[in-house]
Write a protein that binds this ligand. Sequence first.
Ligand code: PLP
Ligand code: SF4
Length: 361
Amino acid sequence: MKIKEKKIFQKIENADHLLGYPLSEQERACMRHVSNVFKVNVPACYLDLIDWNDPHDPLRKQVVPSEKELEWHTKESKDPIGDRIHSPVPRIVHRYMDRALLYPTLQCAITCRHCFRKDSLNEEDGFFSQEILEPALSYLASRTQICEVILSGGDPLMISNTDLAWLVRQLEKISHLRLVRIHTRIPAVLPQRITRDMVHALRGRLMVCIVTHINHPREITPANIKACRILREAGFMLLNQSVLLKGVNDDADTLTTLFRDVTYELGAKPYYLHHCDLGRGLGHFRTSIETGLSLMETVRGELSGICVPQYVLDLPDGHGKVPLGPSYVEGHEAHTWLFRNHSGNRHEYEEIVSKKSETRP
Ligand SMILES: *Cc1c(COP(=O)(O)O)cnc(C)c1O
Ligand code: SF4
């Protein structure tokens, strides 16, 4: 890795460093136990965004460990969405026909306290190497129905530009691949990592789509805006996913501002709002689905269609994602449908379907 790239990664603080910040007694007391179980990693520039006078700061909750992470419900799991069942070779998860996940590394710039892969991130062989990815690349080459490869992890942008360039060139050689999608929290939490050199490493035959992960409007900063501008000017498609988190963004005002700012400041389309998965020790972050649906209905009424993400749940045991709604269909009888509109009023709609076009072969 070049010195310039290395320097960026040196600014990531671990549990010991975090003890130098103005933590509460409770946070200090549980740091050791929690960091023995789950990693602790936070870029210094993210810690600078925290209001340390506020014990309930929404950014603080996403990065400073809580003793509640060690309270595990029996239905919570190390592998909450069944990645293992769908992993045919190391570093691949293949659940849907036309797209597959590939993990270049299991390292992250930040360890989000709400991460559903927190358990996998502890794996010791989680580093990048060309050898470790060989079976994954052969697998992708052998499945001609796959047209989209999703780099996930871990954070794919933790690997050097040289390694990124190598990986993308390998993917480009697989002729049935058309798009490379990168799931990353780096534009939000370590924006200095996004450079023109990095763009250059990614750009080539494949369409590139970057999916950022931003959960709170205060994660949007001038540095973050600049990073996203570089990605858009490169011609990359830019989307964002968020996780619905109790005490972080589970109110309509925060979500409305978040989805607007993501769209209007970053030029990223809000793609998914994830219901918090059944990962171990995430109970204190999880809202009810009822709450999620009601929040989505409120924000849907306020926002431009561009700003509205799809609220989704990833089913346990690898059964995949389901869109949760809300649904505006109140019922129907034959061709008469009853809908609820954005203000909550009910309206009937008479469906007109031409018989002729229906019977045409
Ligand atoms: C979430 C996920 C995807 C991507 O699904 P989209 O709905 O296309 O965003 C692909 N593969 C796996 C295994 C996933 O968990
Ligand atoms: S960046 Fe993504 S993979 Fe890494 S800890 Fe956060 S949510 Fe998990």
